[in-house]
Design a protein around this ligand. Structure first.
Ligand code: NAP
Length: 252
């Protein structure tokens, strides 16, 4: 089935920020491919919302840290919806929270594998598919970074902050590398956003409420507010914007 609407692939689109991006994109006229790692039911629920908006929507299972999975998920998305025009590099984890000196190697490694190596696999595959230099139709990539890249997250997860610093470097470097290939590359940097990542990853119940006073706007962001920024950067309204990093963080 080939699609005439713009087609966006969103990694980690089954929950949280990625799910909001998928649903907003569907409501704004995009067809949507979401990827997920383990929760098929959550992915199906997002597909149902997207389809109710009139979008074609498919879900692809795989781990972004596994190169073969990434290639297969892009193939499945394009087989279902036609050529991609946008990719949102969103899947990510924090790992448990604590001081670096107390953190086991597997926590550090899985965070870097998923957040950095996975994001590089996804960005590389996006360029291969979108680049006008390679016969693609051009488009844009939005990387989901974090304000943690600049704040450093001391005592919580400096490894996660470091992994998002890598995303910021990826955004600036790749944006310049593919500027003449019809691809814009930008990032959004969410602040504290109401998703499951906090309690599930860190087992830190109540983290959001505890940290709220440190946010200048004194409230937690909603995933829909991050999605709006992603959709703006994907849109033609952002046609001269590449290499940008847009904080969506209530001033943090
Ligand atoms: P979330 O609610 O935990 O959702 C994470 C999503 O990523 C899920 O769809 C999950 O799929 C998927 N995923 C996780 N590991 C994966 C892997 N190895 N391969 C493929 N998919 C994987 O997280 P979120 O809060 O929406 O975060 C989304 C992005 O925003 C992340 O990059 C995060 O670092 C960033 N961010 C979040 C916040 C915040 O406060 N929430 C702040 C700044 C930045 P399954 O459920 O199937 O595993």
């Amino acid at each position: 089935m080939q699609s005439k609407r713009p087609v966006v692939l969103i990694t980690g689109g089954s929950r949280g920020i990625g799910a909001s991006v998928a649903q907003l994109a569907a409501s704004r006229g995009y067809d949507v491919a979401i990827t997920y790692r383990s929760e098929r039911e959550a992915a199906e629920a997002v597909l149902a919302v997207c389809r109710a908006s009139g979008a074609q929507a498919v879900a692809c299972q795989g781990d972004v840290a596994v190169e073969a999975d990434v290639l297969r998920m892009f193939d499945e998305a394009e087989a279902g919806l036609g050529p991609l025009s946008h990719v949102v590099n969103n899947a990510g984890i924090t790992g448990r929270s604590g001081r670096l000196e107390d953190t086991p190697a597997e926590v550090l490694r899985s965070c870097v594998d998923i957040n950095v190596t996975g994001a590089l696999f996804v960005a590389r595959e996006a360029v291969r598919r979108l680049s006008t230099r390679r016969g693609g139709q051009g488009g844009s990539i939005v990387n989901v970074s974090s304000v943690a890249a600049k704040l450093g997250s001391p005592g919580e997860y400096v490894w996660y902050a470091a992994s998002k610093g890598a995303i910021d470097s990826l955004t600036i470097g790749l944006s310049r590398e593919v500027a003449l290939d019809g691809i814009r590359v930008n990032a959004v940097s969410p602040g504290m956003t109401r998703t499951d990542i906090h309690e599930r990853s860190t087992q830190d119940l109540g983290r959001l409420e505890r940290l709220k006073p440190f946010i200048p706007m004194q409230r937690i962001g909603e995933p829909e507010e991050i999605a709006e920024a992603v959709l703006f950067l994907m849109s033609d309204a952002a046609s001269y914007i590449t290499g940008a990093d847009l904080p969506v963080s209530g001033g943090r």
